[in-house]
Design a protein around this ligand. Structure first.
Ligand code: CTP
Ligand code: CA
Length: 229
C-alpha cells in the first residue's frame, strides 16, 4: 500500500501489463468476446506507475479511464495483443498477463455482414485455437531474468488447477482467482492465491483489486535481477 508507493521500488524498471478481454471478429459487426472488465490489469498498471516503473499497458476491450503516466496500446484480437506484448516485452523487466485472451477465434472472417437467409438455418461457427501468449513469453524470455506473471480464473479445483497451470505455462508467478458471483469478472474486488515456481503460495484476502496488484508487485520486486548500471 502506501509504504510500497513511498518505496518507489520499481524505479528504473519497465513493466508490461495486459488487461481486458480480446474480441475475435466473425464479420464487420460481430465478435466473440468475454466478460473481462480490465480492472485488475489497470490496477496493476496504476500501482506499478506509483511505485516508479515505466509502464506499458496493452489494453483489449475495456471502458476504463487510462491510468495517469502509463503508455497505453489498444488492441482488439488475441493476434494483435500477441504482437503488441512481444514488441513491448523486448526491453521489459516484467510482463504481467492479466488480459483475458480468447482461447479460440472463428476459423473464417466474413468480410461482409452475415445475413439471414429465408427458410435456412444458420451455418455453424467453426473455431480454431489462438496461440498461447503466456506460454510463448515464458519459454522465450526477451531478456535474461525477465519475470513473467500469469493469471488463471478457475471455477473448480482452484489450487490443483492453478499448480498444474503454473507448471504448464512456465511462468514465474501465477495469480489464481476463483471465479464466483462477486469475484473476478467485472467486480472491483478480488480474492486470489499467488503461486510461485519456488513453491510459495501467497493468499490474498478478498478486497480491492489494487490490494492484489500491490501484492503482485511485492512478489515481483525481490525476484527481479539486480539493476543494470
Ligand atoms: N493466455 C494467453 N494466451 C492465450 C490464453 C491465455 O497468454 N491464448 C494467458 C492469460 O492472459 C492468463 C493465462 O494465460 O494470464 C491463463 O489463462 P487461462 O484462460 O486461465 O488459461 P488457459 O491456458 O487458457 O486454460 P483454460 O483452458 O483453463 O482456459
Ligand atoms: Ca483460457
Amino acid at each position: 500500500g502506501a509504504e510500497a508507493a513511498l518505496a518507489q521500488d520499481l524505479t528504473g524498471r519497465h513493466v508490461v501489463v495486459t488487461a481486458g478481454g480480446t474480441r475475435e471478429p466473425l464479420d464487420p459487426v460481430r465478435y466473440l468476446g468475454n466478460r473481462s472488465s480490465g480492472k485488475q490489469g489497470y490496477a496493476l498498471a496504476a500501482t506499478a506507475a506509483a511505485r516508479g516503473a515505466r509502464v506499458t499497458l496493452i489494453a483489449g476491450n475495456t471502458a476504463l479511464p487510462e491510468p495517469v503516466g502509463v503508455d497505453v496500446v489498444r488492441v482488439g484480437t488475441a493476434a494483435q495483443l500477441r504482437e503488441a506484448v512481444l514488441k513491448a516485452a523486448a526491453d521489459a523487466d516484467a510482463v504481467v498477463m492479466a488480459a483475458a485472451v480468447a482461447d479460440f477465434r472463428p476459423a473464417v472472417y466474413a468480410t461482409g455482414k452475415i445475413k439471414k437467409r429465408e427458410g435456412q438455418e444458420p451455418d455453424p461457427v467453426t473455431l480454431v485455437r489462438n496461440p498461447d501468449i503466456l506460454a510463448e513469453l515464458s519459454a522465450e524470455r526477451a531478456r535474461p531474468g525477465q519475470l513473467v506473471v500469469g493469471f488463471a480464473a478457475e471455477t473448480d479445483d482452484v489450487l490443483a488447477n492453478g499448480r498444474a497451470k503454473l507448471a504448464r505455462k512456465g511462468c514465474d508467478l501465477l495469480v489464481v482467482n476463483e471465479v464466483g458471483e462477486h469475484k473476478a469478472f467485472g467486480s472491483a474486488e478480488n480474492e486470489a492465491v499467488i503461486l510461485a515456481t519456488d513453491g510459495t503460495e501467497t493468499p490474498v484476502p478478498y478486497g480491492p483489486k489494487e490490494d492484489l496488484a500491490e501484492t503482485v508487485w511485492d512478489l515481483v520486486v525481490p525476484r527481479l535481477p539486480e539493476h543494470r548500471p
